[in-house]
Design a protein around this ligand. Structure first.
Ligand code: PA5
Length: 413
């Protein structure tokens, strides 16, 4: 299980305890009223895993082309990137940004492969996703009817994309109505492509479910404590830096940035603009870029460290003494895992010394169990902060205007 350590200036007095109880009550209310459906996904999606294991609808494939953006790709990409170094899985090629260079490079990656094309969009209307899917149909010469077995759709059952799938006999998986994009990684959105790629999604869901159960049993109170600290202090500390000490967590950082950004950046019921800004960094690399700002810049940031206890790899720094290069000899014969871990601890101690509020998330291993738990941890934390800020955590009205302007630009042209 993951360990959580808080170094936040917060005294657990009756006021704080009341706020924690309020946040817990608000989340329970959301679950019971179905305000959001993500609370029950770990259990529900187990059935989906079974269905997929027995799935014979698709033509044989050795790579997946995934069309989706934001909540429809980031979670899958986060888990895929974190597990790929230690697992054998079919390649997933992501069509997210409509950057022509990336699209060309994706085509090259898929050349000569048997490809399953998976289109993921809850609304079924997202311009980046649909445009790239259409481009691939043309590029690979696919006919939706004749090649239905090479295609899959994941969408809301009321969407036009779902209707398109029905029309052409394409296998379609449903995203529950009450699960929004950024909370959907444990629904068909993430579970279908990850299972089809060959990952042990049952292990991810099991760990996610256990975390959920511990939270409802009040055994993960640190989540509520941290949520209270963030919600009460976001004016003083308007930024949270997630410093993850593993390269393969870079995409997890991006998922966290989206989860917080779209969920917590809102106008509250009194008309005030609220929301802590999420920032993602990778240690030790970003110690050489951002740390100076954290140490001596304005004290307006909290820092969360993610560290990995056992990388499952024992590459070592050799005991090699080279003339003129003796300054690094103090780590001779030390494993790289020990070095990166010690760098995380040293940075944490330095920040604590400067009085920066810090918390540490220690993963025993970077595996399915850790990722399932970590996803639920962040989802619950986000919901709890949103409840305390008295905002709608699950909508995103602010992104609509840009989409409207885009459509108008093309209509006017
Ligand atoms: O979290 C969200 O709701 C968004 O990031 C969406 O996932 C993103 O805009 C893509 O939307 P859709 O799944 O409808 O294509």
């Amino acid at each position: 299980m993951i360990e959580y350590e808080l170094h936040l200036p917060l005294t657990l007095d009756s006021d704080i305890r009341n706020l924690m109880a309020n946040a817990y009550g608000a989340l329970l209310h959301e679950k019971e009223r179905g305000v959001t459906g993500y609370y029950t996904l770990p259990e529900e999606s187990m059935l989906l895993v079974q269905e997929l294991i027995n799935e014979h609808t698709f033509a044989p494939f050795d790579a997946i082309a995934l069309y989706g953006i934001g909540g429809s790709s980031l979670g899958t990409k986060a888990i895929d990137a974190a597990l790929r170094p230690i697992r054998q899985a079919k390649n997933i090629v992501y069509f997210e940004n409509p950057d022509p260079r990336t699209i060309e490079s994706n085509y090259r990656k898929l050349a000569g492969k048997e490809v399953l094309h998976v289109v993921i969009s809850k609304s079924g209307r997202t311009i980046e996703t649909l445009s790239q899917f259409k481009a691939s149909l043309a590029y690979f010469g696919l006919d939706p009817k004749k090649d239905a077995k090479r295609l899959a759709v994941i969408s809301d059952v009321d969407s036009q994309l779902h209707r398109f799938a029905e029309e052409f006999g394409i296998k379609s998986f449903a995203i529950p109505h009450n699960v929004g994009g950024r909370f959907s990684v444990l629904s068909a959105v993430g579970i279908v492509p990850l299972t089809l790629a060959g990952y042990d999604t049952a292990a991810i869901l099991m760990a996610a479910q256990e975390m959920m159960e511990r939270f409802w049993a009040m055994h993960e109170e640190h989540i509520l404590q941290k949520a209270v600290f963030i919600a009460r202090n976001w004016h003083r500390y308007p930024m949270n830096v997630l410093f993850s000490y593993a390269d393969s967590l870079e995409n997890f950082n991006k998922w966290y940035v989206q989860l917080w950004g779209e969920s917590l950046g809102k106008i509250d019921r009194t008309g005030q603009r609220v929301g802590p800004t999420p920032i993602g960094h990778i240690g030790a690399v970003d110690q050489h870029s951002f740390l100076q700002l954290l140490m001596q810049g304005p004290k307006d940031k909290t820092v969360t460290f993610i560290k990995v206890e056992d990388f499952g790899m024992d590459a070592k720094i050799p005991d090699l003494k080279l003339p003129y290069l003796t300054s690094s000899d103090f780590v001779n014969d030390v494993s790289f895992a020990t070095l990166i871990d010690a760098e995380c601890d040293a940075t944490k101690d330095a920040l604590l010394h400067e009085g920066v509020p810090v918390d540490i998330i220690t993963l025993p291993r970077l595996d399915e169990a850790a990722l399932g738990e970590l996803v639920v941890y962040y989802e619950l934390l986000t919901s709890a902060v949103g409840a305390l800020l008295e905002i709608d955590t699950y909508d995103q009205p602010g992104v609509e205007l840009g989409k409207k302007i885009l459509r108008e630009r093309f209509a006017d042209a």
